[in-house]
Design a protein around this ligand. Structure first.
Ligand code: SIN
Ligand code: FE2
Length: 211
């Protein structure tokens, strides 16, 4: 049988970095409902960077550990500092999507233990950074975009490398690893809009194996 999801567009961003357009479309509503349930227990919050700036992106997590930042630094924590409770469990559908997308991008056996949930409202942005708080860079990063479109910057291994700009829309999945694992990336300020399923928001799931 023809599998529509396997025939969707793939964009190679760099060596072992691929954008799979629409890869999450079959499960988009389930993902959004699960995000609502997670945020009901571990509310979205704007965290503070070690430099003292409040981030414009609101964040929460699910999984064994969650990514947090405060004045003392960036780290993965087993509990939500806002509630003292463990982060909500990673839904099986999240782990399955991340695992399967990673496998399709050439990373077999990806079992994420952390899922950062980012909520962008109009104007929110994420400046260029590397994901490097994880213990083993052999594991890829899997990113799932939902809601309003955003411009993703995908650069090189040096901050000064001029980034590619690629529009990420509802259902898009990006996987990067191997020689691209430590590329600088970011998200430009979100333009206002109204998405039929997500409203005036962009939601992003970032899956990593942190421990
Ligand atoms: C991130 O780098 O943590 C998130 C990227 C995105 O929102 O697309
Ligand atoms: Fe990142």
């Amino acid at each position: 049988m023809l599998d529509l999801f396997d025939s969707r567009e793939r964009v190679v961003l760099a060596d072992q970095a691929v954008l799979m357009r629409g890869r999450a479309l079959g499960v988009d509503e389930a993902l959004l409902a699960a995000i609502d349930a997670i945020a009901g227990r571990a509310p979205f919050r704007r965290m503070v960077t070690p430099g003292g700036f409040e981030m414009s992106v609101a964040m929460t997590n699910c999984g064994r550990v969650g990514w947090v930042t405060d004045r003392t630094g960036y780290r993965y924590a087993p509990r939500d500092p806002a509630t003292g409770e463990p982060w909500p469990e990673m839904p099986a559908a999240f782990a399955a999507l991340a695992h399967d997308a990673a496998a399709e991008a050439g990373f077999a056996d990806f079992v994420p233990d952390a899922c950062l949930v980012n909520c962008y409202e109009p104007g929110a942005r994420l400046s260029l950074h590397q994901d490097k708080d994880e213990q083993d860079y052999r594991h890829p990063v899997v990113s799932v975009s939902l809601g309003l479109p955003a411009t993703f910057q995908f650069g090189g291994l040096k901050r000064s490398d001029r980034p590619l700009k690629v529009s990420l829309t509802h259902g898009d999945v990006v996987v990067w690893g191997g020689p691209s694992r430590l590329v600088f990336h970011g998200v430009l300020a979100l333009k206002d809009g109204d998405h039929p399923l997500a409203g005036r928001r962009r939601l992003n799931l970032t899956f990593r194996k942190a421990l």
